[in-house]
Design a protein around this ligand. Sequence first.
Ligand code: NAP
Length: 337
Amino acid sequence: MRYVVLGRSGLLVSEVSLGTMTFGRETPEEESIRILERYLEAGGNFIDTANVYSRGVSESIIGRALKGKRESVVLATKVFFRMGEGIYECGANRKHIMRAVEESLKRLQTDYIDLYQIHCFDQVTPLEETFTTLTSLVEKGYIRYIGVSNYTGWQIMKAVALCERWGYPRPVSAQMQYSLVERNIEMEVIPACYDAGLSIMAWGPLGGGFLTGKYSPETLPKEGRIAHAEKDWEEAWERRATEKNFRTLEVLKKLATKYGKTVSQVALNWLLTKKDVIPILGVRTLAQLEDNLGCIGWRLEEEDVQLLDTVSAPEEVYPYRFIQWANRLVYRKEYGL
Ligand SMILES: NC(=O)c1ccc[n+]([C@@H]2O[C@H](COP(=O)([O-])OP(=O)(O)OC[C@H]3O[C@@H](n4cnc5c(N)ncnc54)[C@H](OP(=O)(O)O)[C@@H]3O)[C@@H](O)[C@H]2O)c1
């Protein structure tokens, strides 16, 4: 396992994180703990959860599993989604964050959270309120670092600018959906993260299971996460089962044979070739973790990365397309730019 620095911080984290959204949902507690222990044994130290995962159950399982091991891991959790029916039980406002952080600390059985992430951009709460609240949590020692998740490029830049203007601790990471079937963050979010020095934590690195190769074009799946995905959720079959995605799977299968790896391992390795990207491994079983851990310790050759880049390329849209074109036109190859 390699370790990388998270954003512009001094915090070292393993090159793959462990996602725990399945803990207490499709994965019972005993299996969840086996998964966590196997990940730690493989050298992983970066555990991602959220207060909303199984309405607190995922955090509680982690709290029990990490007894005596807390200091050696980097624990990341999130706040934003609804935790109850009341009007103050959601959002990135001060009232909810202050309560949510205390509840997460209790469930996680710890007195500090390493990375506290805003789970989604809040269109109601002023960013100033969210970031002054997060700053006070850092000062109180409840949290060590700040992260964002599901933000656009301008939202990231506004948050960073605000922190710089007032001397608040800056966010160090952006947790975003990123995989060979969802590359839209390449247009603006990734350039924003590079510019502002945030690491990208990639959620849904296997497209919810699509990029394992276990689905075929003809039929809607009967089993697996995608089979049960709601129609408006990111992993809905209608969103995944496109011609382009199946062409991408064909290339993945050929590369899996070439390298003697599984389709999942190749899909995850593609993410590891991208600068400052940390895939969050999401698994339902220990066997799936065993498979996915095989994505580390080797590298796709550059020409194969390009094959995957090309077959899965997102549609180019304005103004990004125009800016690329105009810059190619102005700064011609001969300038070496
Ligand atoms: N910030 C956010 O908004 C957000 C959103 C989603 C997730 N996350 C985080 O990111 C983590 C990972 O996301 P994700 O769960 O969507 O990741 P993913 O890797 O795209 O999908 C994981 C699912 O794919 C299937 N799978 C995984 N490995 C497999 C293998 N080797 N063979 C066969 N099937 C396999 C399993 O589902 P089945 O076996 O049921 O098919 C597994 O639950 C989560 O745990 C969570 O921590 C964050």
